[in-house]
Design a protein around this ligand. Structure first.
Ligand SMILES: Nc1ncnc2c1ncn2[C@@H]1O[C@H](COP(=O)(O)OP(=O)(O)OP(=O)(O)O)[C@@H](O)[C@H]1O
Length: 633
């Protein structure tokens, strides 16, 4: 492979993606009224200012809330860039706005950190709102990393590029082999592979095979020889999970960036909280108090005042600004000290560009959920590290890509998959701890070369003795037809949804104990709504309704439920299955189930696709086929 050409193509594909992403954002935002933006979930207005505080890094933290009665679903989430705006008096949104990053969103409350040092003057004037911004900075950072890779002549980096892109084989060092009793054979194998690797290693973790468990043990063992390890993942949620597991193992982890979980466990690992526990924090606090006194005194001046007061106010502000400089320098010292002493630094891939890690080099970095990471984002931590361990599964969800054109030209092909395709560094975990063996079997056959085994505890577990752990309910011939929502262009199938709820109701009657949790998964957002309505209108008890989640596949990644229903929706004479054709998505959906999996779909429509045709044969082989007619007449 021509390495320069490779990076050139990556830069082009990323730019195509950025443009498409921006285009879709503009469509969502421009020429739309606030009311329309609210409906689309990209704006909250009006909002109430709950409080304004400073975090330990002296950044302004603002908590707002919106009226729960008007709350609609929205796209605000941790780490997203937003704009806080005011529409009071003569102000207008375009002028009076401040950029911020979302810290947490919980129900109808949102906490954000402002990107500017001073409180906006209009902050207390009312008529406030927040709206989503386009995330240009991630693209910039990814583009920067690709450009460095393309043009750098650094020897070490050139070697790494050749190995990762398949032009050169990686090397390994001899290690004294050992087994950890808490790991199974394939997990121990993966551990040895990681410890022996000089440049790259791969932990391939099919669903429920203990990828996180293995990764944590690998980090723990590597820390016996290495001082500091960088652990990254594409999403905040994945970084938080790892942070939690690593710290449970007694490892000193510092989580950089915006933690997604409000959980104490993870908050204690954040840089902010670690700073508060630092020995020089008291000193920092004292300067902060002084600064607040000056600032408060300056703020006490009324709106109309003369030149003397103006001067006095200015002096107070200057003093406060001087103190804030001291705060900043002491904060920087404390942050650096906390980071220097951490065994593991955890952050998102793009988050590893933080100035706090500038100039820092790691002996080893881990990239978890690498099957979902854009190649460009992976190069960011690679540029900081001598050795890289990728963990993930390229047979589950791919990265989210907006431009179909860029995806087709290769943006969807992840580094993880590319390395696995070299076939010389892949270690796959093979014992799964989640599913009944029948639920696992098709996934194992189709995606993992029949190599998965179910662990003894879960291999035979069922909701009740005579239950059939997997069922496929075929709606072929029933006349149930898919429909398209003209606004969202999403597909739905009302009769299929009703049949699903009917089946669930009958199934619940057979259970002796109420299930702990149930998931209903469908690839289409319009069908999510239809199913929610059907469940709401059904006479299933409120207690059971409480433990049922209905959503699209993506929101179930990494999760599990005792019972999973899948509504496949597509039913048309042309065998059009659109989105459903993505077998990796269906693999994720089917492997969320622990004890019971019920799939409902139209075999006549879906089996024109190879994946579903094979699944259909499998369903027949294990006696899991049922016709919808058994339930409706
Ligand atoms: N060697 C082991 N022995 C017993 N239980 C294990 C072992 N490894 C993992 N498990 C259990 O299997 C379950 C799944 O483990 P883990 O969360 O590490 O899996 P994962 O592969 O990261 O899952 P996912 O499919 O969500 O990616 C957990 O309950 C874990 O305790």
């Amino acid at each position: 492979m021509d390495i320069k050409e490779h990076f050139k193509l990556q830069i082009d594909l990323l730019e195509t993606e950025r443009k498409e992403d921006l285009e879709q954002y503009k469509k969502l935002m421009s020429d739309t009224s606030i009311e329309e933006r609210k409906k689309k979930g990209v704006c909250w207005f009006p909002i109430k200012l709950e409080n304004v505080t400073y975090d330990s890094g002296d950044r302004i933290v603002i908590k707002i809330s919106r009226d729960s009665a008007t709350s609609q679903s929205h796209s605000f989430s941790t780490g997203k860039s937003i704009s806080l705006f005011s529409q009071s008096g003569n102000n207008h949104e375009a002028k009076d706005n401040a950029k911020a990053v979302v810290n947490f969103v919980k129900d109808n409350e949102l906490t954000m950190t402002l990107n500017q040092d001073d409180e906006p003057e209009w902050l207390h004037d009312g008529k406030l709102g927040v709206q989503l911004l386009f995330d240009e900075s991630s693209y910039k950072e990814m583009d920067r990393a690709l450009n460095i890779c393309m043009s750098s002549e650094d020897k070490e980096l050139n070697k790494m590029k050749k190995i990762i892109l398949g032009n050169e084989s990686p090397s390994t060092s001899k290690i004294y082999p050992f087994q950890l009793p808490q790991l199974n054979d394939s997990q121990n194998d993966a551990l040895m592979h990681v410890l022996a690797a000089d440049q790259i290693g791969v932990i391939h973790g099919p669903p429920g095979t203990g990828k996180t468990t293995t990764l944590v043990e690998c980090v723990h063992q590597e820390l016996k020889k290495k001082q500091q390890i960088l652990v990254c993942a594409p999403s905040n949620a994945a970084v938080d999970l790892l942070t939690e597991k690593l710290s449970e193992k007694g490892i000193n982890v510092v989580r950089l960036g915006h933690p997604a979980r409000v959980d104490e466990k993870i908050l204690n690992q954040t840089l902010d909280v670690k700073i508060k526990k630092h020995q020089r924090y008291k000193e920092l606090k004292a300067i902060k108090q002084q600064e607040t006194l000056h600032r408060d005194a300056a703020r006490k001046f009324k709106r109309n005042f003369g030149p003397d007061q103006r001067r006095e106010r200015k002096a107070l502000y200057q003093e406060a600004n001087q103190l804030r400089k001291e705060i900043r320098s002491l904060s920087e010292y404390i942050s650096k000290d906390v980071i220097d002493n951490a065994q593991v630094i955890s952050c998102t891939l793009v988050g590893s560009t933080t100035p706090m890690l500038r100039g820092r080099r790691f002996e080893v970095a881990y990239i978890d959920e690498a099957g979902q990471a854009l190649e460009a984002a992976c190069w960011i931590p690679i540029l900081k590290s001598n050795k890289i361990i990728f963990a993930g599964d390229h047979q589950q969800l791919p990265p989210t890509i907006k431009s179909i054109q860029a995806a087709k030209k290769g943006l969807e092909y992840t580094l993880f998959e590319r390395i696995i395709d070299h076939k010389n560094v892949d270690k796959m975990l093979k014992t799964q701890y989640r599913m009944h063996k029948d639920i696992m079997a098709f996934s194992s056959k189709y995606f993992y070369d029949n190599q998965l085994d179910a662990f003894s505890t879960n291999a035979e577990w069922k909701m009740f003795d005579d239950d059939q752990p997997m069922e496929f309910i075929d709606t072929a011939g029933t006349g149930y037809e898919e429909k398209v929502n003209p606004e969202s262009l999403s597909t739905y199938n009302i009769e299929e949804a009703n049949l699903l709820i009917l089946h669930l109701k009958n199934y619940l009657i057979q259970l002796q104990e109420a299930p702990n949790n149930i998931g209903i998964i469908t690839p289409y957002s319009a069908q999510v709504k239809v199913l929610r309505r059907a469940l709401y209108q059904s006479d299933i008890s409120d207690e059971i309704k409480e433990v049922i989640n209905i959503n699209t596949v993506d929101s179930f990644q990494g999760q599990e439920r005792e019972i999973i229903y899948i509504s496949m929706v597509r039913s048309n004479p042309d065998g059009e299955i659109g989105f459903l054709a993505n077998a990796r998505r269906m693999n994720v959906a089917m492997t969320r189930a622990q004890k019971k999996l019920v799939m409902i779909g139209d075999s006549a429509t879906i089996t024109r696709n190879k994946y579903y045709a094979e699944m259909f044969d499998f369903v027949n082989e294990i006696g899991a086929y049922r016709s919808a007619f058994e339930f409706i007449y």
